[in-house]
Design a protein around this ligand. Structure first.
Ligand code: ADP
Length: 253
């Protein structure tokens, strides 16, 4: 059976700067993000992973090529349509969390829904808060939370509205291995149980093994795709790319 496509990049290029200083961050990337699946993006630092995520989310504009989210061509949207689409259809977990410092954890989690005049599903809110270990932290300000707690607030915020597509840039980067495993199980379960589509950047082969597929980037291009990955098959792909790509502190625990 053909899998539906949640998002798609077609012959996408992204360059930064000009002349001698130009950096080609993405060079002819075409990728389908299958609906209801959990996809990892891996590759060496500087290979274009974050740029690809930002372009798929409409947070950055490709220099050339097309980005589709569902049936919508982001290049044909004006700013307000793009903002609305981001709010309704996308959840983003940033490396830097991007929580609003003057709002409590609870207010941060519900903010995208509040802005869209939607009400959170209380049972789903409680489940997320429980699984993410945030129950005692909801009335705290981000500045009163550890990095790992802030990261978990950002994950709850992205997941609460059950968007068409969740894009997460190293969502377990600040977590210890126990809470990292809990977050990865939550992401995997929400894709298997609820058909949530998720794309995650990670450097950790163990984290990538939670996914249905791994897309490997190098030097602005997609160079490998691993279906039903294991930590070993992912590590082998990283090693094939060379020492710069292999994880320094291998996640094979
Ligand atoms: P990754 O996420 O794989 O580490 P990035 O997508 O962040 O890679 O970066 C890809 C390349 O684009 C790198 O060479 C980086 O320095 C460059 N780059 C990313 N963002 C910018 C920017 N805003 N201005 C200039 N260069 C950038």
């Amino acid at each position: 059976m053909q899998v539906a496509i949640a998002a798609r990049a077609i012959e996408m290029y992204k360059s930064y700067g000009e002349g001698d200083a130009v950096v080609h961050a993405l060079r002819n990337v075409s990728v389908d993000v299958p609906s209801g699946r959990f996809t990892a993006i891996m590759g060496p630092s500087g290979s274009g992973k974050s740029t690809l995520m930002h372009c798929l989310a409409g947070l950055d504009t490709p220099t050339a090529g097309t980005v589709m989210v569902g049936d919508t061509d982001l290049g044909r949207c004006n700013d307000s349509a793009r903002t609305r689409l981001r709010r309704r259809e996308l959840g983003f977990v940033f490396q830097s969390f991007n929580l609003l410092p003057a709002l409590t954890a609870r207010a941060n989690i519900v903010l995208p829904l509040t802005l869209d005049r939607r009400r959170p599903d209380p049972a789903w809110f409680d489940e997320l808060v429980d699984v993410l270990g945030l129950s005692g932290r909801l009335d705290h300000m981000p500045g009163e939370l550890s990095g790992g707690q802030q990261q978990r607030v950002a994950i709850a915020r992205a997941m609460l509205g059950r968007p068409r597509l969740i894009l997460a840039d190293e969502p377990t980067g600040n977590l210890d291995s126990t809470s990292g495993a809990q977050v990865l199980s939550l992401l995997r379960d929400s894709s298997r149980r609820d058909g949530q589509t998720i794309v995650m950047v990670t450097h950790d082969p163990v984290a990538a093994a939670y996914c249905d597929q791994v897309l490997v980037m190098a030097d602005g291009q997609l160079v490998d795709r691993i279906v039903s990955p294991t930590a070993e098959s992912v590590l082998a792909s990283m090693v094939r790319l060379g020492p710069a790509a292999a994880p320094v502190t291998g996640g094979l625990r």
